[in-house]
Design a protein around this ligand. Structure first.
Ligand code: GRF
Length: 219
């Protein structure tokens, strides 16, 4: 059976595009709804060009609005792909274990409220870290805190700028997130990924056991 997926975005939507490319007709998961908190989100065009319903939430903090939408489209998996708002707690509770997020760092490092976009990569560079990466994790009530499902490492290069690092991390994200969605579709729910299909020269993801992090640390 095909898993019915909704994707939430706030901006460019390159991860949404990567997911759409990884899920051609007949794939075990289908994106049946795209949601945004912003009318101006450029990524909405990826949905519209493929005739996928694309909705701008009138109030992203309104749990009832979210729940109506997710139920109307019989959503089984909600993917946050560059969605910058907190999903309302009643929605997290109703879809516990069925909402995943991608974050462009090795959580719990460089996560939490306000840690998104170039800020993440700038902070990595300023810290002197030798590696960063991508994390796909379950979503709970706190930004970037839920159990890790998959991580892939990306080396920080000597002459990196935040933009160059962001571009290399994004490339990895475009493979890890679809892999996590396909694994979820195969298992019927989001599951840890044992081996990620990411380039071995660039990163190697190890077997993962879901682990919870302390509060405080999303996007
Ligand atoms: C991604 O790196 C995502 O992890 C982060 O914001 C970026 C969104 O990129 N939260 P896009 O909108 O998918 O192109």
């Amino acid at each position: 059976m095909t898993m019915r997926v909704a994707v939430a975005i706030s901006g460019r939507g390159s991860n949404l595009d990567a997911l759409l490319r990884a899920l051609p007709p007949g794939a075990p998961a289908e994106i049946v709804l795209v949601v945004s908190d912003r009318t101006a989100a450029a990524g909405l065009a990826h949905a519209r060009s493929r005739k996928i319903p694309a909705t701008v939430l009138p109030d992203p903090a309104d749990a009832a609005g979210w729940l109506d939408l997710l139920r109307q489209y019989r959503i089984e998996l909600l993917v946050l792909a560059g969605y910058l708002r907190l999903v309302p707690a009643p929605v997290v509770a109703a879809y516990r274990g069925r909402i995943i997020n991608t974050h462009p760092s090795l959580l719990p490092a460089f996560g939490g409220k306000g840690m998104y976009g170039e800020r993440v990569h700038q902070a990595v560079l300023e810290s002197g870290a030798r590696e960063t990466g991508v994390t796909v994790h379950l979503v709970d009530e706190v930004y970037d805190r839920g159990a890790v499902l998959a991580q892939s490492r990306v080396p920080v290069l000597r002459d990196d700028t935040a933009q160059r690092l962001a571009a290399r991390v994004l490339e990895v994200e475009h493979r890890l997130l679809p892999a996590a969605v396909l694994a979820a579709a195969a298992a019927g729910r989001p599951v840890p990924i044992e081996e990620s299909p990411v380039d071995s020269h660039q990163s190697r993801s190890r077997a993962k056991t879901p682990n919870s992090r302390p509060p405080g640390s999303n996007s």
